[in-house]
Design a protein around this ligand. Structure first.
Ligand code: MG
Length: 384
């Protein structure tokens, strides 16, 4: 089998990215990049990604630059892959990483590489007739508890209304993040308190404090102390993603689990986050960290270091399905992140949207990612 094409479609939905001033559900992603890898066997692999799709598209479409075979270092990703055997995922991962190293390593290039890697695992699964979690090494569970992932609402009352809605949908865990959080320290505590009150003692509350709020490590420690009474399962992204020493300071100061990693990439990055950052919960986003090829190594590293892996996934059902495969493969898994927004790119990208049952999502059983993209939806929202 040979790869015949690598394409990135830029999709654009109507609606806002979020709605921090209102109490309603955020609309979800406005833009999305969808990668399609085609083969001469008629099998195609897909992945969405959460980054600037237009920049990632340039990383794929850029021409071959290098003059000599096996001396590639600033070539477009398509040029590195066409003609290659898609089943050789690990060799192709390194071929892509090394072949883009002058402009790549992190950022849009590794994100484009990540989506391609997911699409290659999708192709492998379809070629072998097996779901991705079997190719990763096996399935430890059939279903994973989903946490509803949404934005902070502006008032305690609006928080309670929102929580009630998620309980009615069947969620047993909810994460609030971003929105108004970080603007007023006292209000922040009241919002978390309202969420805990509405959730009751038997459901889980997760808090994403937003890395873009400038905090020192000591301010982050104060923040954790002010909300630990509400028993958060974890507190996420208290600091800038590069502040590894700050993360260690915070992690060593508290018994509350500290989570980070949605912007981290490569196994080298996650090794740093474990060893230097000392965080308790690693949150690789499959479409940013380097795809399954890297995430599989992260799971191994985390198991050796006795940390949790709860993948970041705030995009479409395609990325959620990928995260379910990774989560199925972990010996211990707590949650899969489920984007609650109802925008068309969140909900309509696959033919059969994922359905929650009693707060759990089933691990897809079909070959590859086990979900099929909806070509009509792609054509309807495609702008490039
Ligand atoms: Mg986050």
């Amino acid at each position: 089998m040979k790869i015949t094409d690598v394409e990135l479609f830029v999709l654009k939905a109507d609606g806002l990215y979020d709605n921090p001033e209102g109490a309603e559900e955020p609309a979800g992603p406005t833009y999305m990049g969808l990668v399609k890898v085609s083969t001469d066997a008629g099998i195609c692999g897909y992945s969405d990604m959460e980054t600037s799709a237009s920049v990632a598209k340039a990383c794929i479409d850029a021409p071959r630059w290098s003059q000599a075979e096996d001396m590639e270092f600033m070539d477009g990703l398509r040029s590195l892959l066409v003609g290659q055997n898609p089943l050789e995922v690990e060799r192709l991962w390194y071929r892509m990483y090394r072949g883009t190293i002058y402009f790549g390593r992190r950022g849009a290039a590794i994100q484009a590489l990540s989506a391609i890697d997911i699409a290659l695992w999708d192709i492998c699964g379809k070629a072998y007739g097996q779901p991705v979690h079997i190719l990763l090494g096996g399935k430890w569970r059939d279903k994973v508890r989903a946490y509803g992932s949404t934005l902070f609402r502006p008032t305690p009352e609006a928080m309670k209304i929102a929580v009630k809605g998620y309980i009615d949908q069947g969620f047993t865990a909810v994460k609030f993040g971003w929105g108004v959080f970080g603007k007023d320290r006292r209000m922040d505590v009241q919002l978390v308190e309202a969420a805990r009150e509405a959730l009751g003692a038997n459901r889980d509350l997760l808090v994403d404090t937003g890395w873009f709020v400038e905090r020192t490590a000591k301010e982050a420690i104060q923040l954790v102390r002010s909300i630990e009474q509400f028993d958060p399962f974890f507190v996420e992204e208290l600091l800038h993603p590069e502040d590894y020493d700050g993360y260690r300071q915070v992690a060593e100061s508290t018994d509350v689990r500290i989570a980070c990693g949605e912007q981290e990439a490569t196994d080298w990055g996650f090794q740093t986050l474990i060893e230097r950052g000392g965080v308790d919960v690693l949150q690789p986003d499959l479409s940013r960290c380097g795809g399954f090829t890297v995430a599989r190594k992260i799971v191994h590293m985390a198991e050796r270091a006795n940390r949790l892996v709860i993948p970041h996934s705030w995009s479409s059902d395609l990325l959620t399905a990928a995260s379910l495969h990774l989560t199925a493969f972990q010996r211990r898994a707590e949650f899969v992140e489920f984007n609650t927004s109802q925008g068309p790119l969140s909900r309509l990208l696959v033919k059969e949207p994922l359905q929650m049952e009693d707060g759990f999502l089933r691990v897809p059983e079909g070959p590859g990612l086990g979900v099929e993209v909806n070509d009509e939806v792609i054509e309807r929202y495609r702008i490039a």
